[in-house]
Design a protein around this ligand. Structure first.
Ligand code: FES
Ligand code: FES
Length: 156
């Protein structure tokens, strides 16, 4: 059984995995970090989005062993001390969630989007970029508003 080591939310972690253990299962089952969700595990819903080396990645389609030595950030790593990340605040303030199942992936995708495309995001850009994130509750309107507001707040 291979051992995999990586940095998750700034902490060095390691664990025994199978060669085919998915990153999301390593996070949830080995590390007990259940903020990252599994909605489909066929790379469609985006509930499992984390950042690997600072870029959004679907953790259901990446093997844990592929992340050997990598820096991974999950939803649990976004807040700083007692302060929510601006994107988390924006989801709360704009009512960008209902059941919350998609929310960790939406927020991680939103942060990645702001990092890549800047802090002034228009609605079309956000809707196009959210192609890989599915929400079954909200109708997306408030998620789009939240990501625009969160990206703007990340600029401050
Ligand atoms: S669980 Fe990864 S995309 Fe749905
Ligand atoms: S808030 Fe329920 S799936 Fe998005």
């Amino acid at each position: 059984m291979p051992t995999v080591s990586m940095t998750v939310n700034g902490k060095s972690v390691s664990g025994d995995v199978s060669a085919n253990t998915l990153l999301v299962d390593f996070l949830r089952e080995t590390l007990g970090m259940t903020g990252t969700h599994v909605g489909c595990d066929t790379s469609q819903c985006g509930a499992c989005v984390v950042h690997v080396e600072g870029k959004a990645a679907k953790s259901c389609t990446r093997l844990a062993v592929q992340c050997e030595g990598a820096a991974v950030t999950t939803i649990e790593g976004l807040a700083s001390g007692g302060d929510l990340h601006p994107m988390q605040e924006a989801f709360r303030d704009n009512h960008g969630l209902q059941c919350g199942f998609c929310t960790p992936g939406m927020i991680m995708a939103g942060v990645d989007l702001a990092n890549r495309r800047g802090n002034k995001l228009d609605e079309d850009t956000i809707r196009n970029e959210l192609d890989g994130n599915i929400c079954r509750c909200t109708g997306y309107h408030n998620i789009v508003k939240a990501i625009a507001a969160g990206a703007a707040a990340m600029d401050k």
